[in-house]
Design a protein around this ligand. Structure first.
Ligand SMILES: [Zn+2]
Length: 627
């Protein structure tokens, strides 16, 4: 509350015109007062805009002297995107104080950003240090997530906190890495919209939206960029002087020799080397491709990175590496080229998958599996589920596909499900037993029944999920939900995790389309999927959808459409994948995989409580609805 009051007082002061705006621009201020710390920068010392000439116009549009209200910046990594935002914050504190909000994808990231970026920004620049009180001193009014300074306050928050995004009015808003924000925060809608609403009372507000993009048609920054005036940075060719945007298609190198990289001018077709950047970067200029756009929007790739930051050679190396998998190509496209990635989304052919089935027995765990997940789809008269084993490089094995029949409005089927989930699987090699590490169950249908079942289980091994098409990541941040008990809504104590079903389907289809290596020495591609002798229907359901492009209200949108009547096997696999993401497997490095494998082995050798009989034998179930 103290913060809210302080901000209100400052807001009034600003409204009454007590604080005149300065004449400096953000780039001028940075060149004079911004110092880069050794802690946070590879190039410590005085900030020099001339190192990254393309940032000048962007930063100056953020200056109080500019009438521009909204600036969008879609960029690859290593171009100084974050520093531009930090310079703006420094400028605000020193020169143009007002209530300011800086949003990171999560509150945790906001805390980290405060520690690793904002604290050094203030600490290393004497002008700022004099204005922001040391948070260690009493009554400084400062904490990790709030920095007071004469005439203003900087509040840091995460896009996953609805309460952090509403409260007091703000004049300046910095939305960083918006493609990592959830589609909806605490059921209150789009976090960007929530934050933006807070700037409405200020007539001279400014907002800065930045991100590395994600997947085409689902990327927020791409949408914001294309609705803006779409500026690209054009440089003159050292040979013919023709201005052009640096694009990946014009890079040339000798096969497997990244060090030979050169740029071929699209006009005169002469080639030039990277060191020419020193001369041509300062001569560059931003050119709008969509002059009618609603706001300023900029796009730049890592090909523009100044010498010494990220070289063309490194770009080519990353590209050659990325050719190994769709997923790495997506990362290359997003982080190096700063562009969205178009997944074709074409369904893999079910026959191909059917013919590459393997001979490991259904219900046993082949070598390589480190943990098991289960994804459950809820229908009116049955529960369908797939058990999936996961290994290093997200290699996966379908272990079993089970359908439990019964009315999902009744109690009995849920008891059967509990017993099914307690099944342990025996390993192929030594017959030891492996339990299920994480269960993900869809809450889209029979929501209350699903909540009740999830509540009866440990949150450490069971998660309630909800498919979200707007979600940019496979797994979003969970939010608490209410349960209805005897007609009353009560706090359930359970959380629902949003699952980016489109992202997960795109990833799965990318994996399923991979070709099996012809040479047996060659490693399997990342995300390789193994299948036992499942019937044809399983593979038909798994490939039952495709990503199609539609024009919706004038914009191209991608959406998944069902091409077959039934798709439960696909849904179950997506939920199993979400469970693997919840376990954390996407972030594990080689050491962690080794550790997890060892742990799984340790559990198998007797620390796991022996439940005696195998529950699968006790319950009535059809093995599979396909049969
Ligand atoms: Zn040329």
């Amino acid at each position: 509350m103290a913060l809210a009051n302080a901000a209100t007082v400052l807001w009034k002061a600003a409204q009454e015109g007590i604080l005149p705006d300065p004449v400096l621009t953000v780039s001028e201020w940075s060149d004079t007062h911004r110092f880069l710390s050794q802690r946070a920068s590879a190039e410590p010392g005085q900030w020099r805009t001339e190192r990254t000439p393309y940032l000048k116009e962007i930063m100056d549009a953020l200056s109080a002297t500019s009438p521009v209200e909204k600036v969008v910046f879609m960029a690859g990594s290593q171009v100084g995107k974050t520093e531009a935002g930090n310079n703006w914050i420094g400028y605000i504190i020193d020169n143009c104080p007002a209530p300011t909000l800086a949003v990171q994808p999560t509150v945790e990231m906001a805390k980290r950003n405060s520690k690793t970026r904002i604290a050094p920004l203030i600490e290393e620049s004497p002008r700022l240090k004099a204005k922001v009180k040391d948070p260690r001193s009493r009554d400084s009014g400062n904490s990790q997530l709030a920095k007071e300074f004469p005439g203003g306050i900087l509040v840091l928050t995460g896009s996953n906190s609805a309460s952090g995004l509403r409260s007091t009015p703000i004049r300046f808003l910095f939305l960083d890495e918006i493609d990592a924000y959830p589609g909806d925060v605490d059921g209150e809608g789009d976090p960007c919209g929530l934050a933006e609403a807070r700037t409405r009372t200020f007539s001279r507000r400014k907002t800065f939206w930045t991100s590395t993009p994600t997947i085409a048609g689902r990327s927020r920054i791409e949408r914001e960029f294309t609705e803006g005036d779409m500026r690209v940075f054009e440089l003159p060719c050292p040979h013919c002087g023709t201005f052009q945007q640096l694009v990946w298609e014009q890079m040339r190198w000798e096969e497997n020799k990244p060090e030979t990289v050169r740029y071929k001018c699209a006009h005169c077709e002469e080639e030039f080397e990277e060191h020419h950047k020193n001369k041509i970067l300062p001569a560059g200029m931003w050119t709008p491709q969509n002059p009618e756009g609603k706001w300023r929007s900029y796009h730049i790739s890592s090909l523009y990175s100044p010498l010494g930051w990220f070289s063309w050679k490194e770009c080519v190396e990353k590209f050659l590496e990325a050719k190994k998998s769709d997923e790495m190509m997506r990362v290359f496209q997003n982080t190096v080229l700063g562009m969205t990635y178009s997944d074709t989304g074409e369904a893999p052919e079910w026959e191909v998958l059917y013919h590459r089935r393997e001979v490991y027995p259904i219900g046993t765990v082949p070598k390589g599996v480190v943990f098991i997940t289960c994804g459950i789809d809820v229908q009116k008269d049955r529960l369908e589920m797939e058990f999936v084993g996961w290994g290093k490089n997200l290699e996966s094995w379908s272990l079993d596909y089970v359908v439990i029949s019964g009315d999902t409005a009744g109690d009995e089927i849920w008891e059967l499900l509990s017993r099914q989930i307690e099944t342990t699987f025996s390993t192929e090699t030594d017959g030891l037993r492996m339990p299920i590490r994480m269960v993900a169950i869809d809450t889209g249908y029979r929501t209350q029944e699903v909540y009740r079942w999830v509540k009866s289980r440990s949150a450490l091994s069971t998660m309630a999920i909800k498919g979200r098409d707007t979600q940019n990541t496979i797994l979003g941040l969970p939010s608490p939900v209410e349960m209805t008990v005897r007609g009353k809504k009560i706090r359930s104590g359970i959380k629902v995790w949003p699952v980016g079903v489109s992202v997960a389907k795109g990833e799965l289809y990318g994996w399923l389309r991979r070709k099996q290596p012809t040479d047996s020495d060659e490693p399997l591609p990342f995300g390789w999927c193994h299948f036992p002798q499942h019937p044809e229907e399983f593979f038909k359901q798994l490939t039952a959808e495709s990503l199609v492009s539609r024009i919706v209200r004038g914009y191209q949108k991608y959406q998944w459409e069902q091409t077959r009547e039934r798709n439960e096997a696909l849904d179950c696999r997506v939920y199993s994948r979400a469970a693997a993401a919840a376990v954390g497997a996407d972030r594990w490095d080689a050491d962690r995989w080794a550790y997890e494998a060892e742990q799984a082995g340790a559990t198998l050798t007797g620390e796991m409580p022996n439940t005696g009989k195998r529950p699968t034998n006790q319950i009535k179930r059809k093995r599979s609805s396909f049969l």
